[in-house]
Write a protein that binds this ligand. Structure first.
Ligand code: AMP
Length: 191
């Protein structure tokens, strides 16, 4: 399987669709948000640094993130492709990912972009706050995360287009429909 980069705003479903793709095709999965939350939970030095950024809805500095990503990638034993969920979030991270994979003789594969209107995003995140109690899922931090997404992450979408690997899926109110479109595209690109 080709590697997959899953890309979209907070609440667009990156984690949910990653799990579905992972289960269906037996791929590896790196969620940088999950990696950071585990560090915080374990009280590590990295966790202490990351907590301030996450609680403020800001991105962790690129140099730190790129290092974490490479270490996590190298520790994976999956042989059937990897899903990158929540990474890259800046152009510097994207360039670093491309280079890191090239050094290992691998490729970025395909990028899956999830487009969801902001009203739906906000209501999903507020719902998740009730269900999972994530510290950064409160209305004030969510607004900051949207602003960071628009200014630092969204411009990456065109970067992927230039790389020739962008595949865009727009939310039309049904998870099953979204999933079937995504699976169809993955299978088309992995004959
Ligand atoms: P997520 O679980 O992907 O929504 O990530 C939660 C938070 O972790 C983000 O709001 C950032 O503060 C941080 N984070 C996760 N991935 C990255 C990344 N690739 N670059 C910088 N910060 C990140």
């Amino acid at each position: 399987m080709k590697n997959i980069i899953i890309f979209g705003a907070p609440g667009s479903g990156k984690g949910t669709y990653s799990e579905e793709i992972k289960t269906k095709y037996g791929m590896g999965h790196i969620s940088t948000g999950d990696v950071l939350r585990a560090e915080i939970h374990n009280g590590t030095e990295l966790g202490l640094i990351a907590k301030d950024y996450i609680d403020n809805g800001q991105l962790i500095p690129d140099s730190l993130m790129i290092d974490i990503l490479a270490k996590t990638y190298d520790s994976l034993t999956a042989t059937n492709g990897v899903i990158f969920d929540g990474f890259p979030r800046t152009i510097a991270q994207a360039e670093a990912l491309k280079e890191m994979l090239k050094e290992r003789g691998h490729e970025m594969g395909m990028m899956i972009e999830l487009i969801v209107d902001e009203e739906t995003l906000l209501s999903r995140l507020l719902n998740r706050a009730k269900e999972q109690g994530r510290a950064d899922d409160n209305e004030e931090t969510i607004k900051k995360r949207f602003a960071v997404y628009h200014s630092q992450t969204e411009p990456l979408s065109d970067w992927f287009e230039k790389e020739g690997i962008r595949n865009t899926f727009t939310w039309k109110g049904s998870k099953d429909l979204m999933l079937s479109e995504i699976f169809e595209e993955i299978e088309k690109q992995n004959p």
